[in-house]
Design a protein around this ligand. Structure first.
Ligand code: 6GU
Length: 242
């Protein structure tokens, strides 16, 4: 997969690409990432990329011609173009999955107080990473990039992303490692005796417990199997009697 990021602040993003899983994925050619400075597409001799808002008001507005030229120079038929904006659709794991199957992504970072409305018509998608405001789309683009790359084949061990919180619609089950007992707190017995059927059942039930306690909204519009329903009912009873 190829990911291109159009930004006015490439340095804000470059650091996080040079470490850990992302660096390994790039080194192993699982994906390539290109940071492109949008300023080079300004025709202005001072390389201005923004201007005052038509109709007046505070702040500066990112100009549509600069962004259009940057997109035209960097997109092909196969490119899926995403604009980062707090007005976009809320980002979720299922969107990361969709994006991870694309051949090429072009991520456009909005910055400044705003961007010219016409820019919306140049893209395929608009994404927000949550209901709060960032100074620009750079960190949001980094979030998209990270979450997509870790889903690519060979980026991390497959089972490791299959067990993710959200990938089966529940939060992830609790994990433990040695020491078995620490300051009076112990690892649940069932995880120590190698009975894989019991371990699977424990994990599913605890995953449902976590979701019920912390993110009941995730259970709302979701069909449960009869096994999942049984665990949910058990969990509800157990938590009510606590
Ligand atoms: Cl994509 N951009 C900005 N500036 N703020 C955000 C965001 C994006 N997503 C959440 N907040």
């Amino acid at each position: 997969m190829k990911i291109k990021i159009l930004t006015l602040f490439p340095n804000m993003i470059s650091g996080f690409l040079n470490d850990s899983i992302l660096k390994r994925a790039i080194d192993n050619q699982v994906c390539s990432i290109e940071l492109i400075d949008m300023r080079q597409y300004s025709l202005d001799k001072h390389h201005h990329v923004d201007d005052t808002p038509c109709g007046g008001g505070a702040g500066m507005v990112l100009a549509c011609d600069v962004v259009d030229r940057a997109i035209e120079a960097n997109a092909s038929e196969a490119t899926y173009k995403i604009l980062m904006t707090p007005q976009g659709r809320p980002y979720q794991q299922h969107i990361a999955k969709e994006l991870s199957s694309m051949e090429e992504l072009l991520i456009i970072c909005g910055h400044y107080e705003g961007f010219d409305e016409r820019i919306r018509s140049y893209v395929d998608d608009e994404i927000s990473i949550g209901d709060y405001v960032l100074t620009g789309g750079e960190l949001a683009a980094a979030v998209i990039t990270d979450s997509v790359i870790r889903l690519l084949d060979h980026a991390i061990r497959k089972e490791s992303s299959e067990d993710d919180s959200f990938s089966n619609g529940f939060l992830e089950y609790p994990q433990y490692t040695r020491p078995i007992e620490y300051k009076g707190k112990t690892v649940p017995e069932v995880l120590l005796n190698g009975n894989h059927k019991l371990i699977r059942e424990f994990r599913l039930k605890e995953s449902i417990r976590k979701t019920y306690l912390r993110r009941p909204d995730l259970l709302e519009n979701r069909e449960l199997t009869s096994e999942e329903m049984r665990y949910l009912n058990e969990v509800k009873k157990e938590e009510a009697s606590q």
